[in-house]
Design a binder for this molecule. Structure first.
Ligand code: ZN
Ligand code: ZN
Length: 447
């Protein structure tokens, strides 16, 4: 069989359907199709050796990876994670001691304190991203994979797995752990800190969940739900009757009449669109909204530390300055990068990508796709500050001796993080590559 997606750790796939004759053509007729989700190029899939990766020859994004015993391994990690989630949520997280008084907190304490102080939106966000979504993701993964391991499928499994896949970026335990680290360093001067059992089980949980994510091959799960579409010919990337499912990556052939709102994925039932709906308009509106929130996020204090009756409100920038004054350079760099540089990069980066599409530019498409990939990947790390605030607020509440209160700026800052994440999810990088297609068409017509 001829593999059109070339394989290898650094190798890239090559588009096209040329060169197949005789047996090759026969085997190609059952070759599953895969589409690059970043540039829209179609390929024939081929078997890879375990651990190998197939990449798009056009934009360089990963098409698929070969993973052995994917479901069995992911299942083992998910079972271990469930035990660790229970431990992390029931045992003490940290104990803060100062002047003979002490406060013990759990993972949930920060959420409770934020809610008690009227910061319900922050409380909901922290609860969702650090407790609810990871728990749901774990239980849902078990619900889908356990029966699948024995060749069965429980009711609603397809829909649930679709939600698990979409939820990925919103389960932020690894970001939370970094928030714990920043909170810990911030508190060393204020009093004595003891780490509880839950911190260790939480750290282990993150390793286990990351390993579970790395082990699971969503392609295999989807294939067990329904065969991947195959074809003898690689479709043209601008064929409006070939629609790729955003949820399960199935390549769907639809009639011209069914295009638009009525087309549904043959495997998972998701609504199909040629490109993400109103991608540019939505991304622009969300970027403008995030830019508006960015101002109060930096002007208003994000928290106030009161120690022995005295204390001043801190903005994000003054927090960074204090870390520098305390000689905590690495931490200052980390907080500056996560809380100031990343939101700016996201806003400027997305604006740049939007402007280039409006101009119909075909300049450095591969680099612009890489920029988009970076923006999409780093967005969630800005939550470090929000998690740090929730931990401090839940732990340091010893009245006049030591108290930490959240500030109004934290609300706006959390809004910036969430809105920019949704903005990058709405941007469809394939529209940048559509410009190249249009340019090639124009050149062909001229010549
Ligand atoms: Zn591509
Ligand atoms: Zn689908």
């Amino acid at each position: 069989m001829v593999c059109l997606a070339q394989v290898g750790d650094n190798a890239v796939g090559a588009p096209g359907a040329a060169g197949a004759t005789g047996d090759d053509a026969n085997s190609r007729s059952v070759s599953p199709l895969v589409a690059c989700h970043e540039c829209g190029q179609f390929y024939h899939m081929c078997a890879l050796a375990p651990g190998k990766t197939a990449k798009c020859g056009r934009c360089g994004s990963v098409l698929y990876r070969a993973k052995s015993n994917s479901i069995e391994r992911a299942l083992t990690f998910a079972l271990a994670a469930l035990v660790l989630i229970v431990l992390s949520n029931t045992f003490p997280f940290m104990t803060f001691k100062v002047e003979g008084r002490e406060e013990v907190n759990t993972l949930f304490s920060g959420v409770k304190s934020l809610h008690a102080q009227g910061f319900w939106w922050l409380a909901a966000l922290v609860f969702g991203t650090s407790i609810l979504f990871p728990l749901f993701k774990n239980l849902a993964t078990l619900y889908v994979l356990l029966p699948l391991r024995f060749g069965r499928r429980l009711p609603g499994a397809v829909k649930i797995f679709r939600i698990v896949e979409a939820m990925g970026p919103w389960a932020m335990m690894e970001v939370y752990l970094l928030g714990v680290f920043v909170a810990y360093v911030n508190l060393i001067d204020l009093g004595q800190l003891e780490l509880g059992v839950a911190v260790y089980s939480f750290a282990t949980l993150i390793v286990v969940m990351v390993a579970g994510d790395a082990a699971l091959d969503p392609r295999e799960v989807w294939t067990r739900f329904g065969a991947t579409a195959a074809g003898a010919v690689v479709p043209s990337r601008n064929d409006p009757t070939v629609l790729v499912c955003h949820a399960c990556a199935q390549v769907n052939k639809v009639t011209r009449k069914k295009r638009g709102m009525h087309a549904r994925c043959s495997r998972c039932g998701s609504a199909l669109h040629f490109r993400k709906t109103d991608s540019l308009a939505r991304t622009t509106a969300l970027c403008v909204t995030a830019a508006v929130f960015y101002i109060p996020a930096n002007v208003f204090p994000v928290m106030t530390v009161i120690s022995f009756g005295k204390g001043e409100p801190d903005t994000i920038l003054s927090g960074v300055k204090e870390l520098i004054h305390a000689g905590l350079w690495p931490l200052a760099v980390l907080v500056f990068f996560a809380s100031i540089a990343v939101p700016m990069l996201k806003l400027f980066g997305l604006s740049f990508l939007i402007i280039m599409v409006h101009r119909g530019s075909t300049w450095r498409l591969r680099d612009r796709t890489l920029l988009f990939r970076i923006i999409e990947g780093i967005g969630r790390w800005s939550m470090i500050d929000i998690f740090m605030i929730s931990i401090l607020v839940g732990l340091v509440k010893l009245g006049q001796v030591a108290t930490i209160e959240p500030g109004l700026g934290a609300n706006s800052f959390a809004a910036v993080v969430v809105i920019t994440m949704i903005a990058s999810m709405n941007f469809d990088p394939r529209i940048m590559w559509d410009m190249a297609e249009r340019r090639d068409d124009d050149q062909r017509q001229e010549s």
